[in-house]
Design a protein around this ligand. Structure first.
Ligand code: TNX
Length: 530
């Protein structure tokens, strides 16, 4: 009798304990925070008989189902068949638009994600993975149960452009490392990856009609390492991998400044007044008469330092535009997304009027190939074509120039969102010319109030750039990008009234666990109780 009583007591104690620990949807550490979460009571458990049921029809529906199944199989060891017949996880497509909104419901009978668009369905899938135990991200079998809290989530993004940038020019980043980064971006519901493909130190994309760009211009990097480049096949592989994750690649060829790698590859692109170290001769620079018959251009030397603002294409030279045309043509041919980034920053040795002439001609070339130009904020000093975008990084007056021309602004204020800024003075890598950017600082800013006169309707979205002067490998990328990329993602996705530091910092430890499981060595900011 005593024994029975004891086991009853123990049983109810255990029940209480497990009840207390029964996870709540609102406490799953969702990042970015959804627009609406309502908790239910109880959980739903995935099991060996779980499957994915597709409802609706579209080209990519099966692909999204398979994507989810592939994420669920390794850690659970369950089969997760994907079919149009049955399954306790239903992916329901109710339309065929490009909506990124979704609804996710978990009941005692299973899970249902529904959206009018494929992208929305995909983001619902990402949310489902986040409300499962973090071990779901393990690549091998985990011996545990797979409980999901009951309740409902309604979600949609604040900004249509939610991006990050990798500078693959200062240090080359391998295809595998770019893919790893894309996986992390997708989990945070980011949808644009901007690749900074060229700079003084390296040319990283094969251009078949100008092969020396990569043969010579791709052969080194900051610090003098061996560099590298993407063949067009590699680039297509990145584009396709990104597209499977609803991420659009934005290629950048930075010009007319930041062009030494091209100038080192082809002598004829040089104005003919340069010094052997690649710097412009300040005596000869003044009249810049590139058409002079005596023009005798020399290829500049490869450059492995980190100074900026000293190189330039020759804007008065017709060959420059034939060159740009080929480059834009070859890259846009393998870029399905709508944007081509023309750089345009820090052209300190280009005459102002030449700079404007250059930007306007290059915009026309990009437009001829059916793409919309994005440029760093300086491009707004030129006349922008309708629909083109200025990426604000430093100068508020440039953002205003863009707005006054009715062009949209992409927000990347260096003081807040540059992932290469050190967290503090002890951070082992990174720069600090803009600021030290601790995690709270990276989170606590409001894009619609940051630059005077630039409000919601002028903003295309948010982008977090990672410049790589001090970044050599995946470990370095992870250390600088995380957790700050999560802050950027939340600012881009979650509406202003839902965002606060308190909530963000409390949700981060759950995300930290997900990163740990995936081998993302993130920075354990002292501002968070991990
Ligand atoms: C400024 S931001 C640059 C880059 C550097 C970066 C380092 C911008 C458009 N230009 O060339 O890599 O600072 O933080």
């Amino acid at each position: 009798m005593k024994k029975v009583l004891w086991s009853l007591a123990l049983g109810s104690l255990l029940a209480m304990a497990s009840c207390k620990e029964s996870p709540k949807l609102s406490q799953s550490g969702l990042l970015p925070l959804p627009q609406e979460i309502s908790d239910g009571s109880g959980t739903y458990e995935l099991g060996a008989s779980s499957g994915i049921k597709l409802t609706g029809s579209s080209e990519r529906l099966t692909g999204i189902g398979e994507f989810l199944a592939e994420k669920l199989r390794p850690a659970t060891g369950f089969d997760f068949p994907v079919s149009f017949d049955a399954g306790d996880i239903e992916l329901e497509l109710t339309g065929n638009d490009d909506s990124e909104s979704y609804e996710l419901t978990v009941t005692a009978d299973g899970v249902k994600i529904s959206s009018t668009g494929e992208a929305g369905l995909f983001y619902g899938v990402q949310t489902l993975l986040q409300i499962l135990p973090a071990e779901i991200y393990q690549a091998n079998l985990q011996n545990q149960s797979w409980m999901i809290p009951q309740g409902m989530i309604k979600d949609s993004p604040e900004f249509e452009y939610r991006g990050s940038m990798l500078d693959v020019a200062r240090h080359f980043i391998s295809v595998a490392d770019v893919k790893f980064y894309l996986d992390q971006m997708a989990q945070l519901k980011l949808n644009y990856l901007h690749l900074h493909l060229t700079d003084d130190q390296g040319w990283r994309i094969e251009i078949k009609s100008w092969p020396k760009l990569t043969e010579i211009g791709g052969s080194t990097q900051v610090g003098g390492g061996k560099g590298g480049f993407y063949t067009q096949e590699d680039y297509k592989e990145i584009v396709a991998y990104a597209a499977e994750r609803f991420i659009t690649i934005v290629p950048e060829v930075d010009m007319p400044g930041h062009t030494n790698s091209a100038l080192a590859s082809y002598a004829e692109l040089n104005p003919g007044v340069n010094l052997p170290n690649g710097k412009l001769d300040s005596v000869n620079k003044a009249p810049l008469d590139y058409s002079m018959p005596t023009r005798n251009p020399q290829a500049s030397e490869l450059y492995t330092g980190i100074e900026v603002g000293w190189s330039t294409f020759a804007p008065k030279l017709e060959l420059t535009y034939a060159f740009v045309d080929s480059v834009v043509r070859e890259i846009t041919e393998i870029t399905p997304g709508p944007y081509f980034h023309i750089g345009g920053d820090e052209s300190h040795v280009t005459e102002k009027e030449d700079y404007i002439y250059f930007v306007e001609r290059v915009q026309d070339i990009v437009s001829k190939y059916g793409k919309t130009s994005i440029g760093w904020d300086e491009v707004a000093t030129a006349k922008l074509l309708p629909g083109n975008v200025a990426q604000f990084w430093a100068k508020e007056e440039n953002a205003k120039l863009a707005k006054d021309q009715e062009n949209k602004v992409l927000m990347s204020p260096a003081k807040k969102i540059y992932l290469d800024m050190q967290y503090d003075s002890t951070t082992r890598i990174g720069l600090h010319w803009a600021a030290y950017v601790e995690l709270d600082s990276a989170y606590l800013w409001e894009p619609t109030e940051y630059a005077p006169g630039i409000s919601k309707e002028h903003i295309l979205g948010i982008e977090a750039p990672l410049w790589t002067e001090t970044v050599v490998n995946r470990e370095d990328i992870n250390y600088l990008a995380f957790p700050r990329l999560a802050a950027a993602a939340e600012i881009a996705w979650t509406s202003k009234d839902r965002r606060n530091w308190e909530g963000f910092s409390k949700r981060l430890p759950a995300q930290g666990k997900r990163w740990d499981v995936q081998g993302v060595g993130f920075y354990r900011s002292p501002k968070v109780t991990w």
